[in-house]
Design a protein around this ligand. Sequence first.
Ligand code: ADP
Ligand code: MG
Length: 259
Amino acid sequence: MGAVLETSGLTRNFGAIMAVDDVSFELRSGELLALIGPNGAGKSTCFNMLMGQLKPTKGRVKLGGEDITGLSPRQVWRKGVGRTFQITSTYSSMTVVENVQMSLLSHHGEILRFLPYATRQYREEALSLLALVNMADQADRHCAVLAYGDLKRMELAIALAHDPKVLLMDEPTAGMAPKERVALMKLTADIVRRKGVSVLFTEHDMDVVFAHSHRIMVLNRGALIAEGTAEDIRNNTTVREVYLGGGTIFADQGGAAHA
Ligand code: ADP
Ligand code: MG
């Protein structure tokens, strides 16, 4: 698997705080890669640099070998880095399928001036994206009445309408019930498989992380301290030390792996 997204020496400070400190990693093609770490570890700062929201103090970001460091969020998005779960990107007065159609219109450069026609254009394509996130039966409902988990799935379809190479998901399951979290990550893993999208995500629920990621990276105080499979991470002494203070990472293990 080749690298789709790659960072080298990515660094960002806020005054004296080294939020992200010399982080180098690669997201490989078709990979579901988790970035975990305690609160304040630098995960969101890292995401914000990848999507163009924040300029790095130092270091580079490459997409498919092309240097995209310092590009604006819109430029980064146009190059194929999608992100999910921005409630603001949905139109609550529209139906589910219309929202996805709007995203398809925007993707094809036919922006909002065509709003009145959105109900006709790209409907079939939108419906097939909704089928991909198991929302076809809710296509004609208004977004305002959707349950939270359904809204998240619609947002995933909206992100996919841009046919991204890479999807960045910073705490996609925040605010969801445990069952919904598992369902959303299963769905994401399925989409990674079927569409060949590469996904980098953060997540607090370690059951979800261990069950669904191909690889896991651990960030602590801005620095990457470990990287590997679920088993590598579970058995990593440094990681266990970092989380023992915070307490929750290995709560799911029932003491089986390391009493
Ligand atoms: P995480 O997402 O892992 O919880 P963040 O990336 O949000 O961590 O934060 C990393 C560190 O950077 C924290 O110490 C946080 O307080 C600090 N930080 C994040 N954003 C800013 C900002 N805009 N201004 C100042 N400090 C910030
Ligand atoms: Mg965060």
